[in-house]
Design a protein around this ligand. Structure first.
Ligand code: 5AD
Ligand code: SF4
Length: 447
């Protein structure tokens, strides 16, 4: 390269996508590209797209469209790349070809690590690059990643999903389930810890069904293996499917100190009929039994969930079951979604779609219930002194710092000058909670 080109990545969607973007950034930095502070400053703009959220794809096409004028003006000096989940869907690639022919590089979820080669080919051949693989060609190890934080990191343990929930596009965009070997995962985490990482979040669409290739090691065994690593302080994971949550994993919450006391357990709906139609393979009562067991093993565990409102055929009575379940569990937080049609999924073909206004009205009622329990859970922290891993300067309040409790509560806190002198960033510190609202806690560092 004669001069250092700069890049900027915009990420839509989930943590899996965030981590994929960290890997793409790591690869480009290694190749000698430099990171730009904004999209406007970058020579290469990359969009990592999401298929799950309807708004994510509307926002993507909207933002992409805004680049057309710059591309027309600057031509080859400006490169536009799009990748990720949306590209695994043929109708999206067709739309890009027809309406956005000026996009330079198009690739999918299975070949993200090919970005540097695709850029080389683009510049050498002076030809647009379109490379989307229908499925993964094995698992590629040792990809560099540029982490957002020095002290915490995502670690992929498995890819893809076999569950085919009837509303969900993920099995089509991310392919079949495949797990990394425990040896590779341990090696990666050891290297991260040597590099200063104190907290890891294990990522997978359904980490509960992790199974070492050709071996007996399951997800809980993997957690115990990782907990052995000296210097690693916290282990989190995301996401779990209730049907695969074992007693063995529940027991780990009372046996493994490093396992953070937070469980994200997507329920999606409270009515057994809707759960059956969603192909979730559990019932309201079996889900509630899991919640009770988790609380028995770990009384102060915090619980969060995903809930979809307005799945096709959802009646007022079905929705009432969702509200009742949310009230009964008393979640610490929840991601709530309006059901949206994902073309190609079984639920998309149903003729009993719920009208938009009904969905919105139910959504608001659900958010009220969730916010009430979230506020109550947070209020119970006031007066307690908790351990907080400090992430950095506070972004949302006038406090100096922000961090997370073991239970994943966001804490904004101040620090007396003598304590702030030895910067708390990247360390676990003790914070006395003085105030709470629906989404965060406020406090003061005490040691
Ligand atoms: N409509 C609405 N929400 C959806 N999710 C997945 N697919 C859809 C869809 N078609 C939600 C689920 C999942 C979360 C990541 O996104 O709640 O757990
Ligand atoms: Fe989608 Fe269901 Fe797989 Fe989660 S478990 S990724 S909702 S198909």
């Amino acid at each position: 390269m004669t001069e250092k080109k700069t890049f900027h990545i915009t990420t839509f969607g989930c943590q899996m996508n965030e981590h994929d973007s960290e890997i793409m950034a790591g690869l480009l930095l290694k190749k000698g590209y430099a990171q730009a502070a904004s999209r406007e400053d970058a020579d290469i703009v990359i969009f990592n797209t999401c298929s799950i959220r309807e708004n994510a794809d509307k926002r993507f096409f909207g933002t992409l469209g805004q680049l057309k004028r710059r591309k027309m003006r600057e031509g080859d000096a400006f490169t536009v790349c799009v990748c990720g989940c949306m590209m695994q869907q043929q109708h999206i690639v067709d739309k890009l070809k027809a309406k956005y022919p000026w996009v330079d590089v198009v690739y999918g979820t299975h070949n993200l690590y090919r970005l540097p080669e695709l850029l080389d080919k683009l510049y050498q051949e002076k030809k647009k690059q379109l490379e989307v693989w229908p499925e993964a060609a094995g698992i590629v190890e040792d990809l560099p990643a540029q982490r957002l934080y020095a002290h915490k990191s995502f670690v992929n343990i498995m890819y893809g999903c076999n569950n085919f929930c009837s509303y969900c596009i993920v099995p089509y965009t991310r392919g079949r389930e495949r797990s990394r070997s425990p040896e590779d995962i341990v090696r990666e985490v050891r290297a991260l810890v040597r590099d200063g990482v104190r907290e890891i979040t294990l990522l997978g669409q359904n980490v509960n069904s992790y199974r070492a290739p050709g071996a007996e090691t399951d997800f809980t065994d993997l957690i115990y293996m990782l907990a052995e690593i000296e210097g690693l302080l916290r282990i989190r994971f995301m996401t779990s499917h209730p049907k695969d949550l074992s007693d063995k994993l529940i027991e780990a919450f009372s046996r493994c100190d490093k396992l953070c006391k937070h469980f994200h357990l997507p329920v999606q709906a409270g009515s057994d009929k809707v759960l059956r139609d969603m192909n979730r393979r559990y019932t309201q009562s079996s889900y509630l039994r899991l919640v009770d067991k988790l609380r028995a093993a770990c009384p102060d565990i915090s619980l969060s969930t995903d809930i979809i409102v307005g799945f096709p055929g959802e009646t007022e009575e079905d929705f009432a079951a969702t509200l009742a379940l949310a009230e009964r569990v008393g979640y610490d937080s929840a991601f709530t979604f309006l059901y949206s049609i994902r073309p190609g999924t079984p639920a998309a073909a149903r003729t009993d779609q719920v009208p938009e206004e009904v969905k919105h009205e139910r959504f608001n009622r659900l958010v009220d219930v969730i916010n009430k329990s979230a506020a109550a859970k947070n209020a119970a922290y006031v007066g307690r002194t908790v351990a907080v891993l400090t992430d950095g300067k506070s972004r949302s309040s006038d406090c100096a710092y922000e961090g997370r409790t073991d239970s994943f509560k966001l804490v904004n806190f101040t620090a007396p000058a003598d304590l702030a002198a030895c910067s708390p960033v990247g360390r676990i510190v003790r914070v006395k909670i003085t105030d709470a609202n629906t989404f965060s806690l406020k406090g003061e560092m005490v040691e």
